[in-house]
Ligand binder design. Structure first.
Ligand code: PEP
Length: 257
């Protein structure tokens, strides 16, 4: 069953209320491009204001804690972001794995908490430039993803609706140089195979796999034409409605999907 391409903006630690006008512009444009599912993950502080006004886009968080609540100063639970209006959470982003020392086991625990709170998850994976150069990228991604995603016995029944995988090679994030279409195609194929092994043919084939790493309006169409690419996780180019919706438009081209 063909699903709409999924285009998700990750605003990272960018955005005060002054950015709400940009979110409004994205929402308005998304209403004119219904062939694409558009979503934004702003900083925590903007989840509720964007959710309150949005008519078309869904709003998500960039992280959540694995515990339900308690003495965790500065942290935020899955139920809290859901209460603020988040429908999904990005987990295992390389900036959290490296900047905050998040292990695969911690990311998996966060996934369990998020799913229990009714959120969808975008599970990120990605190898470093060094790992790729040493020829170990495929083995690394399989191991990282297998240990970060819910174990088959713990996966929700509607997992294809609830889980998206984002392949984000670290060396392509924020560098202006996306991975080649050959590299993207190879890794998305590997991830698809792993999902089928883990969750079975029916569910494993339905989970969306999106690409992230320097996606821009001018390279989006060729990336979306790669088999098994169901959308994009977009950092820098999601900060303005013009560039973000340029990417969404490329995803909605009938010839690509
Ligand atoms: C990201 O960090 O998720 C990302 C893909 O960033 P950028 O698009 O800026 O490379």
């Amino acid at each position: 069953m063909a699903r709409r391409p999924y285009i998700v903006g990750n605003w990272k630690m960018h955005g005060t209320r002054a950015m709400l006008s940009e979110a409004r512009a994205i929402d308005r444009a998304a209403q004119r491009h219904m062939k694409v599912e558009v979503a934004l993950a702003p900083p925590f502080t903007l989840i509720h204001p964007i959710h309150r006004e949005a008519e078309q886009i869904s709003v998500g968080a960039q992280d959540c804690h694995h515990a339900d609540g308690g003495a965790h100063t500065g942290d935020i639970s899955a139920a809290m972001v859901a209460d603020a209006g988040a429908k999904f959470v990005i987990l295992g982003h390389s900036e959290r794995r490296t900047g905050h020392g998040e292990s695969d086991a911690l990311v998996r625990a966060k996934a369990a908490a998020a799913l229990a709170a009714g959120l969808r998850i975008i599970m990120c994976c990605g190898e470093s430039g060094e790992t790729r150069e040493s020829g170990r990228a495929v083995a690394f991604i399989k191991k990282q993803l297998k240990a970060s995603l819910p174990a088959p016995a713990d996966a929700p029944a509607d997992l294809a609706e609830r889980i998206t995988v984002a392949y984000e090679p670290i060396w392509a994030i924020g560098t202006g140089t996306a991975a080649t279409t050959a590299d993207i195609g190879e890794m998305h194929g590997v991830i698809r195979q792993l999902l089928v092994e883990l969750y079975g043919e029916e569910q494993g084939r339905e989970v969306r796999i999106i690409y992230g790493g320097s996606v821009k309006p001018d390279n989006a169409a060729e990336i979306f034409a790669v088999p098994e690419v169901s959308g994009a996780l977009v950092g820098g180019a999601s900060l303005t409605a013009d560039s973000f919706m340029g990417i969404a438009l490329a995803a909605g081209e009938p010839s690509d999907h």
